[in-house]
Design a protein. Sequence first.
Lengths: 216, 216, 216, 216
Amino acid sequence: MPERDEGLVGDFPSIPKQKRAREKRQALLESGRELFLLNGYEQTTAKDIASHAGVATGTFYRYFADKRQLLMSLLENHLEILMPPEPSWFQQDPEGRLASILENHCEQLNKLGLYKVLPELLPKDSELAEVLAAAKKKVFQTILERLKKAKLSGLIWEDLDPQTVTWAIMVLMENVQEKGNQTGELADFQEIAKVICRLVYPPKVLETLSDQENQK
Amino acid sequence: MPERDEGLVGDFPSIPKQKRAREKRQALLESGRELFLLNGYEQTTAKDIASHAGVATGTFYRYFADKRQLLMSLLENHLEILMPPEPSWFQQDPEGRLASILENHCEQLNKLGLYKVLPELLPKDSELAEVLAAAKKKVFQTILERLKKAKLSGLIWEDLDPQTVTWAIMVLMENVQEKGNQTGELADFQEIAKVICRLVYPPKVLETLSDQENQK
Amino acid sequence: MPERDEGLVGDFPSIPKQKRAREKRQALLESGRELFLLNGYEQTTAKDIASHAGVATGTFYRYFADKRQLLMSLLENHLEILMPPEPSWFQQDPEGRLASILENHCEQLNKLGLYKVLPELLPKDSELAEVLAAAKKKVFQTILERLKKAKLSGLIWEDLDPQTVTWAIMVLMENVQEKGNQTGELADFQEIAKVICRLVYPPKVLETLSDQENQK
Amino acid sequence: MPERDEGLVGDFPSIPKQKRAREKRQALLESGRELFLLNGYEQTTAKDIASHAGVATGTFYRYFADKRQLLMSLLENHLEILMPPEPSWFQQDPEGRLASILENHCEQLNKLGLYKVLPELLPKDSELAEVLAAAKKKVFQTILERLKKAKLSGLIWEDLDPQTVTWAIMVLMENVQEKGNQTGELADFQEIAKVICRLVYPPKVLETLSDQENQK
DNA sequence: GATGAATGAGGATTCATTCAT
DNA sequence: CATGAATGAATCCTCATTCAT
């Protein structure tokens, strides 16, 4: 009766305590990640992952119940990276700050790469879809709250619906890492930040916030 | 044994056959579309599609090389629906027009449904990905051109990068049909249109454009 | 949606109506029977059965859900052969009749051979065990009823418990086909019949019944 | 690092180890027996047995070549329990004695339980089958000899074939422990003994033997 | 052309057995 | 000696594709 670790999504075979075993588990996770990115989830077999990690097929099943579970582990470990960041709007130089947040988020996403497999999985794995949707909803709520507070202070556009603005911000942030692909150039985070900020602040407010910074 | 349609004014050999063949092809395409949406692309087998269309497995392969080709046909037939619309910015009441464009686009997308399978395919089918990317690039260019013209007329924000704005508009338009899922409400196209227009027009320009309309 | 045939034990993929298909199904059943007898149930794989029947592995699964189901079909088709016969005790020359019943039963059992696999399966397949137990119980009841009637007529031993006698008769009949293996000779059905009859009739009754026959 | 038991009067190297080893072997045998009964032979893995016995998988293979050998050891250790008893027919109160022999045999069989796995193994393990057949043959011979002697003394039915009677007795004795399952009641050893005795003694002889007892 | 049975390669998973620690 | 992680052959089963009718 191996001990089991109840994670966010499903059961896992006992997570090994031994150092060697932990390393092997890590190697499998890493191999899985790489091959999923390279060939897609369906096209990657448990055997592939195992041999890429330098172990036998059976060893894979010592550490993971199946391919799906390995992926779930991966996602669980990096859920926060997959979520769009939650910028705050009261700070100075919002554009610059947002740009660097975006750049950082983008860099992490690309390093992880898992965002490439999600679209393949969401349609068939409703459990996973729910988990992600819940996480996104939370981010949505946070951003929305902040926007509403900002609105009370008169910092943001009066005539835009905060819900819709929140949605737009999230959609844009979730797609930053693909901007390069479309335009053929690297994403210019400064420009993107300006665009997003335009949805939030009227230009005058933005000037004020920037002035404050300049005065410092 | 080809059936013959012997009419008063001569023979139309094989025309009925062609007609039936075309119908069969259509039935297969339609079955494919439905099943892909229902169960996802990978989970749908050629046999499923054939029997859902009321023909034998082998018949499927008379009309399509394989499952992928059927999907390609589907996409080809409806590529324009899958592409974001190309709004123009010189017209009066831009928000209202954009709203109705969005609503229409969204409706067509949902009726077709194919947008749900794309994410599953793009990672593994680079050819498809290229085709779509090219189509998107074209839309991108069109929108960009229009924005640049508008900029020359001083109608749009001076300080935003047209490329980035174009990218933002497209991303937002491509994700309209998912807005409902996230917020739990139906997408409010009017509000979305307002948000998108904010990225294009300074409020004063917008007022002017609307005034023109009112004067009519 | 293939039609399904609800048998005694479990569901079966559609039983084919086409002649060729039926023959193939029969060939698979026969191959299964032979290989089960030859190598035992567990040692026989679906692939073995398929290639012994001259078809591909996948074909096996067109006709049977799995190995177990093939066996169930076999058993269902021949359940009556597997059950011990139900002799009646009022007739003339009971020994001779019983002997020929036994010989016939034994011959059929050996021709079928399935009795050799049953012991392997009963411990792990409680569903099958129940079906067989129920069938045996029915035979048991029939034999018991007949014995009780005979007892009322004073034809059988007064001092033996009919239930126990029934049990003994069934056990002996179920083991006839193994007598040869133990003694090294062919089962002598005449002698076995005499032994079984001794459990039923006192010698004097037996003489009377035989006399009646002689008088004819 | 072998532990050593250094006593006053010399060394007993490895004796403690041997004792522990013997215990471990016993634990494995016992675990094997329990799991075989519980899940059947095929369904029990070497790993199951080892962990049920509280040792590592590898340790199993230090004590037994494989699962089969463990079972063989078990059978070897308890062969006599598995064999039907060898009643003698000269004693007084044969029915009572036989009844108690049967009860005892039955009890031991049930305590051991191994009889439940034999049917699963005999078809695939001809070596085992031979060993058991040989043992049974020996019992058969013994019973047969005794019957023949009794026949010389005129104690038993003149008209029944001793070989067949021997066979019948063995078959009945081998199936006592299953009588309960079929009739739904506990086996009534007294009645079974009466039935078996009917195959051996004419009623009058039985009375005489019983009288002798009564006279005592 | 249409059919659908047949094919068989390929993926998931298990488990007897070995071997480095 | 004991351990239990690692091995990989072997099984089950599916499904894209072919082909005889």
